[in-house]
Design a protein around this ligand. Structure first.
Ligand code: URA
Length: 210
């Protein structure tokens, strides 16, 4: 991907996102919509994957048919909200290897605190797609990508549902080599670090906590 930021303005993505933003949308519907959008965003973030051909036989004849090249890609969920994006993408790319980075946001400092890190082997040879629905301050996304780079990842993309301008700027400064794909860029962050207008706490909305 050559662009640092790609906003997927497809009508289906935008329609589903509006339903997700609505505070009256139930937890079950929110989760289902997130699953559907994750697949549409994954379609976009993988559109330039390298291909090769392999010789196969159809019922009619032989052909050189296109197939994904290279090592299986790695999907990295930034816990816990990342899991809501992960599931749909994993269905779409079932051969992908999956990792988890556990970071929570200290509500006072808004700084990320690590509590879990488990990622696939040979990250350096894989396309790594890190997923987290909300790119807010960018603190946890930057920290997660720092950890992935320390673990060897060289080719990383970041997929989120909503981004704040502050988070995009922070990511661009810390990780200019990591393209971001999102469904929308919102107006700003509020004093608590929530995206405005946003959709609230993505984890709470998908898991029914709070
Ligand atoms: N995380 C969320 O879940 N929502 C926000 O608005 C910001 C960070």
């Amino acid at each position: 991907m050559s662009e640092h930021l790609t906003v997927v303005d497809h009508p289906l993505v935008q329609h589903k996102l509006t339903l997700m933003r609505d505070k009256n949308t139930s937890t079950a519907v929110f989760r289902q919509l997130l699953r559907e959008i994750s697949q549409l965003l994954a379609y976009e973030i993988t559109r330039d994957l390298e291909m090769e051909t392999k010789r196969i036989e159809t019922p009619i004849t032989e052909m050189d048919a296109p197939t994904l090249a290279g090592k299986k890609l790695a999907l990295i969920s930034i816990l816990r909200a990342g899991n809501g994006l992960l599931e749909g993408i994993h269905d779409l790319i079932p051969s992908a290897r999956v990792g988890f980075v556990g970071l929570y946001r200290d509500e006072e400092t808004l700084q990320p605190v690590q509590y879990y890190f488990k990622v696939p082997a040979e990250l350096e040879d894989r396309l790594v797609i890190a997923v987290d629905p909300m790119l807010a301050t960018g603190n946890s996304s930057v920290a997660a990508i720092d950890l992935l780079k320390e673990a060897g990842a060289k080719n990383i993309r970041f997929l989120c549902l909503l981004a704040a301008p502050e988070g995009i700027a922070r990511m661009k400064e810390a990780h200019p080599d990591v393209p971001i794909v999102t469904a929308a860029v919102d107006e700003k962050l509020n004093e608590k670090g929530y995206i405005v207008p946003g959709l609230g706490d993505a984890g709470d909305r998908m898991f029914g906590t709070k």
